[in-house]
Design a protein around this ligand. Structure first.
Ligand code: SF4
Length: 365
């Protein structure tokens, strides 16, 4: 065999490669062992999710079955399509009959700080949606249904995997039309050791009758309160004119079940209500009225996340009044109003990056 000639450049390249490999292996060992240790810490704390009580009384199974039966003439959400999903029919949400579809699952670090902590929020993105907003940022998942068919067993495994990864909660995103599947999977996962709180990450447009079935299952409700005005709701969310009326009722029921969100000493939230409100351009959301309603109907320390990240996506450009981002002034106005009303538990996002004054586009309104 010819003798290998090692040039100075090759030598340096190999040394660099060895160093990089070593650095990667060490850091990944530290990372994964750290996550394992963290996961154990989570399970050792004194928190017990509500659903465990239902599990021991065999009520979790009964609730899952009650929700499942509703799909026979589906009324899981305010659309109340009445179609038989158990026979493969699809309603307004376009969920394929009783088949569950999941777009992805992973620790998520972009949610509220008390949900993210240091291990992340264990998000499971479910496909399709009963609201279908024209400005949806996840339109490929919610409108097009991009995802994979998933069994209940696999959904349970996802929950357990997120727990193993050290997440602080199981955050089911757009859960309404898959609530029967979620509760069925939860029963399996809880029997196998799941101990994380369930975050019900919803548009807020829920039927109180269905929420009552979820009583004792969900520890953290995370609803949006998108619109004050029913005409606006209908215009931007596929005719959902009952959105303001039903969302108010739903939020009151959620608060009745889980109360005010109070993070524990470690900063992690394990029970309570977080309301999200997305400030929209030209006050399309009716933000000040939304704040007024919260201040009047819920405790002043209700956790309200006033969100500044509205971005015109998907079909938003078909509606000139929502075809831009909000201005700093628009955001500040809502925050000042909320403070003036005495709301004390506000999650105020960074808004320095928002434009200061009215842009040319804003003049469209
Ligand atoms: S969950 Fe889907 S099928 Fe059922 S009522 Fe709502 S939109 Fe219709």
């Amino acid at each position: 065999m010819p003798e290998e000639v090692l040039t100075r450049r090759d030598f340096l390249r190999r040394i660099c490669g060895i160093c990089l490999n070593f650095a990667f292996l060490s850091s990944s060992t530290i990372f994964f062992s750290d996550r394992k240790a963290h996961s154990k810490t989570l399970l050792n704390n004194s928190f017990e999710p509500s659903y465990l009580r239902l599990l021991t009384r065999n009520e979790l199974k009964a609730k899952a079955e009650a929700l499942w039966e509703i799909m026979e003439s589906c009324e899981l959400c305010p659309r109340r399509c009445g179609i038989n999903r158990l026979k493969g029919k699809s309603g307004f949400c376009r969920a394929p009959g009783a088949t569950l579809m999941v777009s992805g699952f992973s620790p998520h670090f972009g949610e509220e700080r008390c949900l993210v902590g240091y291990g992340g929020s264990g998000t499971i993105f479910l496909t399709h949606c009963n609201l279908r907003c024209v400005f949806c940022q996840n339109w490929e998942i919610s409108h097009l249904g991009r995802g994979s068919k998933t069994t209940i067993e696999e959904l349970a495994e996802m929950m357990l995997t997120l727990q193993k990864l050290g997440c602080h909660n199981i955050n089911v995103v757009t859960p309404t039309h898959y609530s029967p599947h979620i509760v069925k999977a939860l029963e399996i996962a809880a029997k196998r050791g799941l101990r994380l709180p369930i975050v019900y990450n919803t548009s807020g447009w829920e039927r109180v009758e269905i929420l009552k079935i979820l009583d004792g299952i969900v520890d953290i409700y995370l609803p949006d309160f998108k619109y004050w005005d029913s005409e606006k709701a209908a215009k931007y969310s596929s005719g959902a004119s009952s959105y303001p009326e039903l969302t108010k009722k739903a939020i009151l029921e959620m608060h009745r079940q889980v109360g005010v969100a109070k993070p524990a000493n470690d900063g992690i939230l394990r029970r309570g209500l977080i309301i999200r409100h997305l400030v929209m351009p030209n006050d399309v959301a009716g933000s000040e009225q939304v704040m007024e309603w919260i201040a009047k109907n819920l405790p002043k320390d209700t956790y309200v996340n006033i969100m500044s990240q509205y971005t015109p996506l998907f079909k938003a450009f078909d509606y000139p009044e929502i075809g831009r981002r909000i201005t700093r002034k628009e955001y500040e106005k809502v925050v000042l109003k909320a403070k003036k009303l005495g709301l004390t538990n506000l999650d105020i996002q960074g808004f320095q990056w928002l434009v200061k004054s009215k842009s040319k586009e804003e003049a469209i309104s």
